[in-house]
Every structure is written in C-alpha cells, then in structure tokens.
Design a binder for this molecule. Structure first.
Ligand SMILES: Nc1nc(=O)c2c([nH]1)NC[C@@H]1CN(c3ccc(C(=O)N[C@@H](CCC(=O)O)C(=O)O)cc3)C=[N+]21
Length: 286
C-alpha cells in the first residue's frame, strides 16, 4: 500500500511572502510621510497572551511598522482600560490597534471593543467592522478568517463552488468565516457546525474544505474526511504534553491539503493583522 500524504499548507512560508510584500508597501507609505503604527493593549499577565503580543511586535519590526505597547495590570478598572483606548484613538502615531483577548472577567469586553475607533480596528472585531462584513462594505476583516482564505488562495485550493464545513461558531473565527466565504468574491457554500450539530461526521464527510475551530482536541478524525479534501486546523488546546489541535494526525493520510497546528493558520493570523494595519494606513493616505 502506498500512502500519499496531504500537501501541507505552510503558514510560515506564506506569512514570509506576505511580509515581503508588506515591507515594500510600508516603504512606499513612509516615502509619502505616512508611518503605520500598530498598538496592542494587554490587560493582565496570562503567559500565552504575553507571548502573542510579543510576537505581534516582532512581526511589526520585520516589516517596518512602528509598534506601541500598553500593558496594564490584571486589576485595572473598566475606566482605566477605557482611558488607554481613548488615548490610542487620539494618538496619530497609532494607525491601528488591538485589545488582546481574553480580558480579565471583571471587565466588559464588549464595551471595550466598542470603544475602539472603528477606523483603527486592526482585528476586524469591532461591531462596526463586523457589520461592514455582513453588508459587504470595505473595512478591516477578522484576521483568522482572512488568513484562511489567503492560505487557500496561495495554494490554489478552489473556493468558488466548494462546500466548506466550518466547525465552531466563535466570533473570532467560525461566525465571520462563514460570512467571508459566502461573499460573491469567494462564492463558497458554507455549513456552520457547532456543539448542537446532530451528526458532525455526516456534515464533515460532505466537505471539500473543512475548517476546525472548535477547540476540541482531535475532533476531526480520518474517517470523517472525504479523500482529497482540504483540512485546516485552527484549534489550540494547551495540555501538559503541549499544544494540540482539533485535527487528528491521521487525517494527513486522507486529505489532499492540510493546514497543521502549529505552522498553518496561526502565522497567517499574525500576518493579516499587520496587513490590516498597513491597509488602513493606505486607505487613510489616499
Ligand atoms: N484581539 C485579539 N486578536 C487575536 O487575533 C487574538 C486574540 N486577541 N487573542 C488570542 C487569539 C489567538 N491568536 C493566535 C495567533 C497566532 C497564533 C500562532 O501563530 N500560533 C503558532 C504557534 C502556536 C503557539 O505558540 O501558540 C502556530 O500555530 O504555528 C496562535 C493564536 C490570536 N488571537
């Protein structure tokens, strides 16, 4: 028996290609006197969140985007965090920024996200940005969904006409991904599955593209995957043995393409964040 393993959708190599393009565009903006600047607001001392924020500042340095970092103590009040958001809204050096999620439980994250100036929303998670996504108007798009579409495009995985099964209805991945993929420019047919789905295996088996974003280790098994399908692993669960994704390793023997975790969608999410900041600066400079 000969097993032909899936083609790996390499998020790191794709991120590097995106950064090469962004570097050129940032240079052009700087020549016109515009310097994109990404702000991060981090509340508390979750080690995972600290690592993500550090990564985002490293990414900015790689492409010439200035970065502005605001770290606040875990016991910050709603008013104290809001004051920092107001400060970044008013700061011309900060052309886009994010509030790192999750924030400590005593804070109202919805109210904080809404306080961000929509013109500076780098994450695409502001209600105005999400509304624009529903309406098909230009604006910041959520980083992970856009990263997924970009990764599929660069590997020539057909999206138009494809049946995509998205597992997970979270506001950062599953829900906006369904909206993005059903736009006329993507033209996919999407089934959005979640914990209330009756027969997940039957749904996944029909998919040309599977996006697993449920946060449930090894949820997608080889038996559930149509031979040749593209399977993208977006789940991240921290265990004692390290990080594990939503896709069982055996899926590589069945799928045509696999975006692994790590090394797949995660690096794309970060690349799109920087891309959103550069695009917002380009829009403002027009
Ligand atoms: N306002 C906000 N925006 C976000 O975009 C946001 C957030 N909050 N909170 C947390 C989640 C998670 N997230 C990841 C980004 C990159 C990797 C990534 O690059 N992962 C690597 C390594 C895995 C790791 O070290 O975690 C990989 O998959 O290869 C993972 C997860 C962005 N998030």
């Amino acid at each position: 028996m000969e097993f032909v393993s899936a083609t790996i959708l390499d998020g790191k190599a794709t991120r590097d290609a995106i950064f090469d393009d962004l570097r050129t565009r940032v240079t052009a903006l700087r020549e016109r006197g515009v310097t994109p600047g990404l702000g991060t607001v981090l509340v508390g001392d979750d080690p995972g969140s600290h690592a993500y924020v550090r990564g985002k500042h490293n990414d900015c340095a790689k492409v010439g985007v200035t970065s502005i970092r605001r770290d606040l103590p875990a016991d910050s009040t709603q008013a104290e965090v809001e004051a920092v958001l107001d400060e970044l809204n008013a700061d011309p050096a900060c052309t886009g920024y994010i509030l790192q999620l999750p924030v400590p439980k005593h804070l109202d994250s919805g109210a904080l996200l809404e306080r961000i100036d929509p013109a500076k929303d780098a994450d695409g998670l502001h209600p105005v940005s999400l509304g624009r996504l529903v309406l098909g108007e230009p604006g910041a798009l959520p980083c992970t969904p856009r990263g997924i579409v970009e990764l599929l495009r660069r590997y020539d995985v057909p999206i138009a006409g494809a049946h995509v099964v998205v597992v997970g209805r979270g506001v950062t991945v599953g829900r906006p991904l369904g909206l993005l993929l059903t736009r006329r420019s993507e033209n996919a047919t999407v089934t959005l599955c979640h914990t209330g789905t009756k027969d997940l295996a039957a749904e996944v088996r029909r998919a040309d593209i599977v996006v697993a974003a449920a946060g449930s280790p090894a949820l997608i098994t080889p038996e559930m995957v149509k031979p040749g399908a593209a399977v993208l692993d977006v789940g991240i669960t921290r265990t004692d043995a390290g990080l594990v994704g939503d896709v069982h390793p055996g899926v590589r023997e069945v799928a045509g393409h696999v975006a692994p975790m790590p090394g797949g969608v995660g690096p794309m999410t970060r690349a799109i964040l920087v891309s959103n900041v550069v695009e917002a600066a380009e829009r403002a400079a027009r």
